[in-house]
Design a protein around this ligand. Structure first.
Ligand code: AMP
Ligand code: MG
Length: 400
C-alpha cells in the first residue's frame, strides 16, 4: 500500500492548470488571474484634493481671501486668480492651477455676503497640505497585479481602476459527483428500514460550493456494472473531474474499479495507508479527465475530498502553492495501526497558535461526530503516540 505522501505525488503528476477564459469583471471574484493587470493611468491621475475646504496660494501670515467660486470633484481644473483669492474645493477635485495648498473647511468661516474667507487667528497651513500628488501611488504602465493572484474585493477594485471591464482567468473545473449504492435514498424520498440516506453527494457539492467551485452536478447510480459503465462513460465526456463515492472496496457490489478499467480510465493508485479512506482509488481517463473513487463511508469521503480532491481542483484552477496550515495537538492521543490518521479536530485560539482538540469518530461511518469540527490534523504512520503540544499539518473544511 502506498503512503499519503506518495499518493499526493502521484495525483499531482497528473494535474495541469486548465485553459483560460475571459470573464466580465462582475463574475471573476474567486478566480485566479491569468494575465498581469497594468495601470491604465497615473494614480492619482492628477493632483487630487483630499479635504473639503479652500484651495489657496500658500502665504504667511494668511490674510482674509475672497472666494472666486466652487470647484467640485469631476469638474475640470479651475485657475486661481491670485494670492488674494481662494477656490472653495471638494475632496476628489483636481487641484486648481495656481493653487498649492488646501485649507480644511473647519479652519475658516465664510462671510457669504462679501464672499470672504476668514481664517482662525494664527492659523498657519503647511505648504502643499492635503494634496495627493499625481503618480505618487504608481505611474501608468506599472504592473499592479501578477498572474496567479486570487481575485478578491481588493483585486476587483484594482482591475476596475485599470479600466478593465473583463479579464482573463483560469477556468474552474467542471465536476460531477456520483454516489453509487443500491441502498441509498435521497432526502425527501420515502425510505425503508434496510436503506440508507444518501448524504455524501450533497456534502461534497456543498464543500465545493464553499470552496468556490460551483460548476458541479450530482448523480446517483445503482451497483449495476452495465448502468455504471454507460452513465460514467457519458459523464467523463463532459467533465474535468469525476468524484465517485462508494463501490471501491472489496465487496461483491464494489464494481467501480472494474467499470473504470473497462472505460479506459487508467488506474494510478488504489488503496492508501490511511484511516479513514484506505480503499481510495484514482485514475485518469483517455481524454484527461481525473477520476477519484472515494470510499463511501461519509467520514472517509469528506477526509479524502479535503486531502486529495480539493487541492486538485485548486491546482486545476491555477493555484500553485500547497496547503500549509499547522495546528498544535491539544490533548495526548494514541493510534496503533501503521496508518496515517486523519483526526477530526475542533480549533481553539491560544497565545497566537491554533490548538487542535481531537473529536474522534467511532468509525468511518460516524459522521455525526464531525458536526462543528473545523477540519482534521494528519498524524504520521510512523508513530503510535502523539503528545499534547506537538505540531501537525492541519486541513480545514471549506467554510464560509
Ligand atoms: P461502500 O464504499 O460503497 O462500501 O460504502 C461504505 C458505506 O458507506 C456503506 O455503509 C454505505 O451505505 C455508505 N455510503 C456509501 N455511499 C454513501 C452516500 N452517498 N451517502 C451516505 N452513505 C453512503
Ligand atoms: Mg456501496
Amino acid at each position: 500500500m502506498i503512503s499519503v505522501a506518495e499518493a499526493c505525488d502521484i495525483i499531482a503528476g497528473h494535474v495541469a492548470t486548465l485553459d483560460t477564459i475571459t470573464l466580465p469583471l462582475a463574475d471573476v471574484a474567486g478566480y485566479l488571474l491569468a494575465e498581469p493587470i497594468i495601470a491604465e493611468r497615473d494614480q492619482p491621475p492628477f493632483d487630487r484634493v483630499t479635504m473639503d475646504g479652500a484651495a489657496i496660494r500658500w502665504q504667511t501670515p494668511l490674510p482674509a481671501l475672497t472666494s472666486q467660486g466652487s470647484q467640485f470633484a469631476g469638474d475640470p481644473a479651475g485657475t486661481l486668480q491670485d494670492g488674494a483669492h481662494a477656490i472653495e474645493i471638494m475632496t476628489g477635485a483636481v487641484l486648481p492651477d495656481g493653487a498649492d495648498t488646501i485649507v480644511p473647511v473647519e479652519r475658516y468661516t465664510l462671510d457669504t455676503e462679501q464672499r470672504q474667507l476668514r481664517f482662525e487667528p494664527d492659523y498657519a497651513p503647511e505648504r502643499g497640505q492635503f494634496i495627493h500628488r499625481r503618480a505618487s501611488d504608481h505611474s501608468a504602465g506599472t504592473t499592479l497585479l501578477e498572474p496567479g493572484m486570487r481575485i478578491t474585493a481588493a483585486e476587483i477594485a484594482i482591475i476596475a481602476s485599470a479600466g478593465r471591464a473583463s479579464v482573463s482567468v483560469y477556468r474552474k473545473p467542471r465536476v460531477a459527483v456520483v454516489a453509487t449504492g443500491n441502498e441509498l435514498v435521497a432526502a425527501g424520498a420515502p425510505i425503508a428500514a434496510h436503506q440508507i440516506r444518501l448524504s455524501n453527494a450533497p456534502a461534497l457539492i456543498s464543500a465545493m460550493q464553499l470552496a468556490g467551485f460551483q460548476d458541479t452536478s450530482q448523480h446517483h447510480l445503482p451497483d449495476e456494472p452495465g448502468v455504471l459503465e454507460a452513465r460514467i462513460g457519458q459523464l467523463l465526456e463532459s467533465h474535468d473531474v469525476l468524484m465517485l463515492s462508494g463501490g471501491v472496496s472489496r465487496g461483491k457490489a464494489d464494481h467501480v474499479p472494474d467499470v473504470l478499467a473497462r472505460l479506459g480510465v487508467e488506474k494510478q493508485l488504489h488503496r492508501i495507508a490511511q484511516r479513514p479512506g484506505k480503499p481510495m482509488w484514482f485514475g485518469v481517463a483517455r481524454n484527461g479527465a481525473l477520476v477519484f473513487g472515494l470510499p463511501g463511508n461519509p467520514v472517509s469521503t469528506l477526509c479524502c475530498f479535503r486531502r486529495y480532491v480539493l487541492p486538485t481542483l485548486q491546482r486545476l484552477a491555477g493555484r500553485t502553492y500547497p496547503d500549509a496550515d499547522h495546528a498544535v495537538l491539544g490533548a495526548d492521543h494514541e493510534f496503533k495501526p501503521a496508518l496515517t490518521q486523519f483526526l477530526a479536530v475542533r480549533l481553539q485560539r491560544e497565545n497566537d497558535a491554533w490548538i487542535a482538540m481531537p473529536c474522534p469518530t467511532n468509525t468511518s461511518g460516524d459522521f455525526t461526530a464531525l458536526a462543528a469540527t473545523d477540519g482534521f490534523i494528519e498524524l504520521p504512520a510512523t508513530a503510535q503516540t502523539f503528545a499534547r503540544g506537538e505540531t501537525f499539518a492541519l486541513y480545514r473544511w471549506p467554510a464560509r
